[in-house]
Structure formats: structure tokens, C-alpha cells
Unconditional design. Structure first.
Length: 241
């Protein structure tokens, strides 16, 4: 009996010590994303958009910016593609190639005009614009630019494109192609005026590239090159509409 009383304290002591040795699970604190100020959000978004629009403008204004990009390369207008096919069938493929190259060179010349127009649109963004873009759809910034800059881009691009079409002989080549096609009996006539079409396609291509840049910074964390961009876009990721 005496032995039993000696064993009990030893057992209690053993259990007590083992409880100290057992690891106590610690709850991990969730990562806290700080809420950026309105100033931070505005500065970060404008920084990102200036980088994205400048990159798009620079890429497209380089040689082969349009011509070398299959997604935005400017081809014959849809209503003239039948004419192109007919002309190529008549051995005038080189003439058609010259037209296409010249159309794209004109667009590349015009793309240089885009950067200051986008910078002005960015500077005039309201706090509400910033919030709508940051927390909006993945193309919210592109849609903002379409709404606020299309008229200015058209006004800036059109004379440059017309001058470039003349400089690169696109007007001559296209008018020549239209003239050759219009000689063929019993076909619909091809409109020799090409500048409005190229202006619109050049602007469409520009917005296409801007949408890609916007998607990149929204989806690719590595594209957020500064602490401010990382902070603000992490907040936007968490609070998307």
C-alpha cells in the first residue's frame, strides 16, 4: 500500500512534465493588407497607366509595330478584300503587298501622337474614376481611355495618317489598286479613299495593346514594379467588385 502512495505522485509529476513538453498549436495570424489612402490609389493607378500607355505607344510607333503584329496588322478593308483577291489572281500581288505595308507604316507614324493625349486623360482622372478603374472590370482603364480619348486620337491621327499615306505612297498604291479593280466589268466599285479606315484601325490596334498592358498589371504580380503599385493592386485584388 505504501508503494502505491509513492507511485501516484511520481505519475502526476510525469504527466505534468509531459504536458509542458507537448507543443501547443499556435494560430497563424492572417496576412493583413493595409488600406491605401485615396492619394496612394490615385498615384499608383496613374503611375501604372502612364507606364502602360507609354509602352503601348512606343511599341506601335516602332518599325513593324503594326505590320509585324498579326493581331493588329492592318489589311485591306473588308469591302476591298474581294478586290484584293481578284488583283492577286491577275498577277498584281506585289501591288497589294505594297498597299498593306504602306497602311501599316502610316499607322506606325501616327502612334507617336498618342502618348501626350493619354497623359492628359490620366491627369484629369477624378477620385471616382480611379476607384472605378481599380475595382472595376479587367479592362476598366481601357474603356475609360476609349471614352475620354477616342475623339482626340482621331483628330490627332487623321492628318498624320493622311500625310504618311502620301509619304509612303499608300494613297498612290491604294488608288492604283482601286483603279485596276474598277476597270474590271460587272464588279462593285472599290472606294479609293483609305485614310479614315486606317485611322480607325490604328486606334483600334492601340486600344488592343493597352488592354493587354492593363491585363498584365492586374494579373501579373511581377509587373507591379514599385512598393506603391504592389500595395494598391493587392488591395484592389482583395476588393474587386
Amino acid at each position: 500500500m505504501k508503494n502505491v502512495f509513492l507511485i501516484i505522485p511520481a505519475l502526476v509529476l510525469s504527466l505534468t512534465l509531459s504536458s509542458y513538453n507537448s507543443p501547443v498549436p499556435v494560430k497563424a495570424n492572417p496576412i493583413q493588407i493595409s488600406i491605401p489612402s485615396s492619394l496612394d490609389m490615385g498615384n499608383a493607378l496613374k503611375q501604372a497607366l502612364q507606364q502602360g500607355t507609354a509602352k503601348s505607344s512606343d511599341q506601335l510607333s516602332a518599325v513593324n509595330g503594326y505590320f509585324g503584329n498579326a493581331a493588329i496588322k492592318i489589311l485591306f478593308p473588308p469591302q476591298a478584300q474581294k478586290a484584293e483577291k481578284t488583283l492577286r489572281g491577275l498577277g498584281l500581288g506585289k501591288l497589294c503587298d505594297n498597299v498593306i505595308l504602306s497602311l501599316n507604316r502610316a499607322a506606325e507614324d501616327a502612334a507617336k501622337q498618342a502618348k501626350p493625349i493619354f497623359i492628359t486623360a490620366i491627369k484629369h482622372m477624378s477620385i471616382q474614376d480611379v476607384s472605378n478603374i481599380l475595382l472595376g472590370n479587367q479592362d476598366a482603364a481601357t474603356q475609360y481611355f476609349k471614352k475620354t480619348t477616342t475623339d482626340q486620337l482621331t483628330g490627332a491621327f487623321k492628318p498624320v495618317i493622311q500625310g504618311s499615306l502620301d509619304k509612303t505612297n499608300a494613297t498612290k498604291y491604294y488608288s492604283q489598286a482601286a483603279g485596276e479593280y474598277n476597270k474590271i466589268p460587272f464588279v462593285g466599285k472599290m472606294n479609293p479613299d483609305i485614310s479614315a479606315y486606317v485611322t480607325q484601325k490604328a486606334i483600334d490596334g492601340l486600344f488592343f495593346e493597352i488592354a493587354l498592358e492593363e491585363l498584365n498589371i492586374r494579373k501579373n504580380i511581377g509587373a507591379r514594379s514599385t512598393p506603391l503599385l504592389q500595395k494598391v493592386f493587392a488591395f484592389a485584388d482583395k476588393n474587386k467588385k
